[in-house]
Design a protein around this ligand. Structure first.
Ligand SMILES: *Cc1c(COP(=O)(O)O)cnc(C)c1O
Length: 231
């Protein structure tokens, strides 16, 4: 059986190769290990192998794990749907949120971010026209939401995030990633201090890196399969 340590080494090597192919610096990417539906023991295994950024999708599932791992120097990323009754916990316990897609969620996170903590790092999730996908703001509405987030003092807008629909050809997936990179570049040109492009998962992170991603969210390629239904 291949261990989490081995899986991580393989993912890191593949990331390095992709960056090399793209002529980018080898440290120009954050690997977020997506630990939803994984045990604290597995998270500790990855931590021992040097992994520091972890992603969780469900607040209720994440909280006991965050409690158990409180002594570790982990940066926690929230990558799931933001439910209104969970914003307080998200604002208090995570350092990053990748899935802001409406004003109301942004305002609640801002109001509930503890004053002793630094501003919460926020990415706007973009819905690039995926059929049946409800999460994310339409590309045309990204600017309006970015303008709102920029004015919220307890949030720091860092960039954009996308999840392309499964089942696209590699070319079509790459096209989505390039489109998001372009949108990010136009925000940067308009003076938004965006520096983080969160795109790429186990099945498509090499395409994402080719398109300029500097934050990949990788679950199964590190931890193996998940117990419940993947989402
Ligand atoms: C589950 C999940 C991932 C990781 O997916 P894998 O295919 O296991 O790498 C990445 N991003 C989001 C938003 C997820 O929900």
């Amino acid at each position: 059986m291949t261990s989490i340590t081995d899986h991580l080494a393989t993912v890191r090597a593949r990331v390095r190769e992709s960056l090399e192919r793209a002529g980018r610096a080898s440290d120009d990417v954050t690997i977020v290990a997506v630990s939803k539906q994984q045990s604290t023991a597995s998270i500790q295994d990855a931590y021992r192998a040097g992994q520091r950024d972890f992603g969780e999708s469900y607040v209720q599932e994440a909280e006991p794990k965050l409690d158990a791992l409180e002594s570790l120097d982990v940066t926690w990323h929230f990558i799931g749907r933001i439910q209104a009754n969970k914003t307080r916990a998200i604002a208090a316990r995570f350092q990053w949120v990748h899935t802001v897609d409406r004003d109301k969620a942004a305002r609640r996170l801002d109001a509930q971010r503890p004053t002793f903590a630094p501003p919460l790092n926020v990415l706007i999730q973009v819905n690039q026209g995926a059929e049946g996908q409800k999460a994310g703001v339409a590309p045309d509405d990204v600017r309006a939401l970015a303008a709102v987030v920029r004015e919220l003092p307890r949030l720091r807008l860092r960039g954009l995030m996308t999840i392309p629909p499964a089942g696209l050809t590699p070319q079509a997936t790459l096209a989505r990633f390039l489109e998001l990179a372009q949108l990010q570049a136009s925000l940067a040109a308009e003076g938004y201090g965006v520096d983080t492009l969160s795109m790429g998962m186990s099945g498509d992170f090499e395409l994402a890196l080719e398109a300029g991603s500097n934050c990949v969210r990788i679950g199964t390629a590190i931890f193996g399969g998940r117990a419940g239904s993947p989402r």
